[in-house]
Design a protein around this ligand. Structure first.
Ligand SMILES: NC(=O)c1ccc[n+]([C@@H]2O[C@H](COP(=O)([O-])OP(=O)(O)OC[C@H]3O[C@@H](n4cnc5c(N)ncnc54)[C@H](O)[C@@H]3O)[C@@H](O)[C@H]2O)c1
Length: 323
């Protein structure tokens, strides 16, 4: 029997790669609900626009009138829509609460009414700052330290409460940093690549010692699909398995991949409350059979090639965000 999946935030970076993966399954139909904020673009879904198994709906996840009929019509939901950039949340957190917390409550309530299983895409940032060594496990406390992370933690805990209170089949994935084609140019790896390609200063926060684990987006969405197919209802799964390096090492690797001089690397004032590192244990996900398949250097080479070929996409996305 075919399956119909509602993907919120499907016009964004991770969402659009998830749509690519799901539509490779011949029995699966996908409906995307997306508000097309500055971070979302129909361009990211262009290859699917003529596919009869694909449908796009423009709307806000915080609007029950839009969400309820779409959830009712779906066999399951993947909730990836969110305001996703930490720096913007530090400037103004209101829309983060509206989209990430209230939006998740609306999606959960619609799922409860129609008993539709839901997978929520959460983030490692909900754990707060990690130690220089060690990893977060799924049962560790949520101690977010910036408004974005706090809004995701609020949504994550609401998901948990709907499983415990109503036995709604919600699964949660908490993902590490992801990179790949079509990521909004405000995020670290695209910023570094685009700056390097244009011969402009590559801005690195603080002294560049903050460490992040990077997972290629195709591996990330394969992990989401694995949890959707095999995860326990009520289960929480870290998506780790990324390649860890400091932001300065990352900038150097990008200079090398682009063929740009390291003298472009420029240190800029640190982000307030900048978490030094996260680090995720992912034994639960591994027990479901998932492994990362794309080595960091291969993913980076593909990503650099994509931005080199798509600088017009970058310009269009940035100019749309200004309008
Ligand atoms: N990028 C990462 O490294 C990473 C890591 C872990 C988890 N996540 C989570 O994965 C999800 C996707 O992240 P991303 O990097 O693709 O983000 P993104 O900013 O590229 O995409 C977010 C999408 O959600 C849409 N959206 C925002 N508010 C909405 C609303 N109120 N109603 C409907 N649509 C709305 C945007 O238009 C956009 O298409 C987010 O929930 C994020 O918290 C991201």
């Amino acid at each position: 029997m075919g399956r119909s999946i509602l993907v919120t935030g499907g016009a964004g970076f991770i969402g659009s790669h998830l749509v690519d993966l799901l539509l490779e399954r011949p029995d699966t139909a996908v409906t995307v609900l997306d508000k097309l904020t500055y971070a979302g673009s129909r361009r990211n879904l262009a290859p699917h626009e003529r596919n009869p198994r694909f449908r796009f709906v423009l709307g806000d996840v915080a609007d029950p009138g839009v969400v309820e009929p779409l959830v009712r019509a779906a066999d399951r939901g993947v909730h990836a829509a969110a305001e996703s950039f930490v720096d913007r949340s530090i400037e103004d957190s209101k829309v983060f609460v509206e989209s990430n917390v209230l939006g998740t409550q609306v999606v959960l309530e619609a799922c409860r009414e129609s008993d539709t299983p839901l997978l929520f895409v959460s983030t490692d940032e909900v754990y707060g700052a990690g130690q220089p060594e060690g990893v977060f496990e799924e049962d560790d406390p949520l101690l977010p330290r910036n408004p974005y992370a706090a809004s995701k933690a609020g949504a994550d805990l609401l998901c948990r409460s709907y499983w415990i209170t109503y036995r709604l089949a919600v699964t949660i994935v908490r993902g590490t940093n992801t990179f790949g084609p079509r990521q909004h140019p405000e995020k670290a790896i695209p910023t570094f690549i685009v700056s390097a390609l244009r011969g402009r200063p590559i801005p690195v926060y603080g002294d560049g010692s903050h460490r992040r684990e990077w997972l290629y987006v195709r591996d990330f969405v394969r992990a989401v699909a694995t949890v959707m197919d095999e995860g326990e209802p009520g289960g929480v799964y870290n998506i780790g398995g990324g390649f860890e390096l400091s932001n300065l090492e990352l900038a150097r690797r990008i200079c090398e991949a682009v063929g740009a001089p390291e003298s472009l690397i420029t240190f800029v004032p640190d982000r307030p409350g900048h978490d030094v590192r996260y680090g995720l244990g992912w034994e639960r996900l591994s027990a479901l059979g998932w492994r990362p398949a794309v080595p960091f250097s291969d993913g980076l080479a593909t990503t650099v090639a994509w931005y080199r070929d798509n600088l017009s996409w970058v310009e269009e996305v940035v100019s749309e965000g200004r309008s």
